[in-house]
Design a protein around this ligand. Structure first.
Ligand code: DSN
Length: 425
């Protein structure tokens, strides 16, 4: 460790709290030993982790740079100013706010900035790929707001833009939200802009999943079209867990007030510093190559799973994730998730559009390529990953033969990841 840095020292943790040290090591071993295919996860860099594990965690800094409610903020002010400037530059945004603690907190702040309880919002149905904060009845968004949902078309499984327009005209929402957690295709931001303008709504893009692809110029940016872009920082973008909001200058004061003091207290300055590091990393040519490879790899993985008899929702992917319908192979999403877990492959069960099965036993799985691409895997490895996932998904974990097959797949997963190590010096 550098003599100037007072930061993470694992021996200290081991001596102080062996139990938690064991958990931390266990998670590292899990990451190193298996395939991470959760579309919303990634492997942050050691530089991001160093900023996260720094003494910036100690500082209270309610307010904004130069306008804080506590003394001693000169140093942490620099982290936020640098991070905001990097976000504005990278995304061509007029204003950035790096204080949201998470994607859900960022979304909450956007609602707070532009709507009042009882107002109407229009967003994608959770069951069709949206997010809890897009109007689900179990979240503030569906309880405190009159949430109207749009869907994908049943035939193409693509967003039904005609329906979005009809619903917008009928319900006159304050906010129209686009962006999703399980939609593999590009979203037509100019069309959403047109619809929002036709009804005088704010256009909010929830870019949590794909902002990293935008940063890497692998897909079109929502920034020129949206009033406000809310996001996480830890998915393809490969930063620390957290949120971020980008917006037009005309909305800057409303967004800043909605984040602090309306919905949050003290910002997490260590996380903001780590976000700044990730934004710097995402500004490089190497990161652009990474983002392009993420998309290529997701396509290769989806293709490989299709070759194994699964059906790719919407016929494939343009992004970092794919949604697979498992009904053609007679397996549920829950069975697939459990079997893959036993084979050291982490992915999640997921509803597919118009899923006849309940959310806890949905018909699909969601897979993503951000972590495996960070580990350096390319298309040949994605084809191999697809074959291993298919073997696991089809192995009946309640039979001896199935368990033996899963053990063999786990071994081959171990062999594959040993060639593309995560967090190995
Ligand atoms: N939990 C995130 C995801 O997996 O997509 C969304 O919040």
């Amino acid at each position: 460790m550098s003599a100037d840095f007072w930061g993470p020292d694992f021996d200290e943790l081991r001596a102080t709290d062996p139990e938690i040290a064991g958990v931390v090591l266990g998670e590292l071993q899990r990451l190193r030993g298996g395939l991470q295919l959760i579309a919303s996860e990634n492997l942050t860099s050691p530089a991001v982790l160093a900023a996260l594990g720094s003494t910036l965690s100690n500082k209270y800094a309610e307010g904004y740079p130069g306008r804080r409610y506590y003394g001693g903020c000169q140093v942490v002010d620099a982290a936020e100013e640098i991070g905001n400037a990097r976000a504005r530059e990278l995304f061509g945004a007029e204003h950035a706010n790096l204080q949201p603690h998470s994607g859900a907190s960022a979304n909450f702040a956007v609602y707070a900035a532009f709507a009042r309880p009882g107002d109407t919002v229009l967003a994608m149905d959770l069951k069709q790929g949206g997010h809890l904060t897009h109007g689900s009845k179990v979240s503030f968004s569906g309880k405190w707001f009159d949430a109207v949902s749009y869907t994908v078309r049943e035939d193409t499984e693509l967003i039904d833009y005609d329906q979005v327009r009809d619903l917008a005209k009928q319900h006159q929402p304050k906010i129209i939200i686009c962006g999703a957690t399980a939609y593999p295709r590009l979203i037509d931001f100019p069309v959403f802009r047109e619809i929002a303008d036709e009804v005088g709504a704010i256009l909010m893009v929830d870019a949590a999943h794909f902002i990293g692809l935008v940063a890497g110029k692998a897909i079109p940016s929502p920034v020129p079209h949206a009033d406000v872009v809310a996001s996480t920082t830890h998915k393809v973008l490969r930063g620390p867990r957290g949120g971020m909001i980008l917006c037009r200058e005309q909305h800057a004061a409303a967004i800043d007030k909605a984040v602090f003091p309306f919905t949050q207290g003290g910002p997490m300055m260590h996380a903001i510093a780590a976000k700044a590091v990730a934004l710097k990393e995402a500004s490089t040519a190497a990161y652009q190559a990474y983002a392009a490879q993420v998309v290529t790899n997701a396509g290769a993985l989806a293709k490989s799973l299709e070759d194994e008899g699964m059906r790719a929702v919407s016929g494939g992917t343009d992004t970092h994730l794919a949604l697979l319908d498992l009904r053609p192979i007679g397996v549920t999403g829950a069975q697939a998730e459990a079997r893959c877990d036993l084979a050291r492959v982490t992915l999640n069960k997921n509803s597919i559009p118009y899923d006849p099965a309940p959310p806890l036993r949905p018909s699909g799985i969601r897979v993503g390529s951000p972590s495996t691409t960070t580990q350096g895997m390319g298309e040949p490895e994605m084809a191999e990953v697809g074959r291993l996932v298919a073997r696991a998904v089809k192995a009946d974990h309640e039979s001896d033969a199935g368990r033996a097959e899963l053990a063999e797949v786990a071994e081959q997963v171990g062999e594959l990841v040993s060639r593309f190590p995560a967090y190995r010096r």
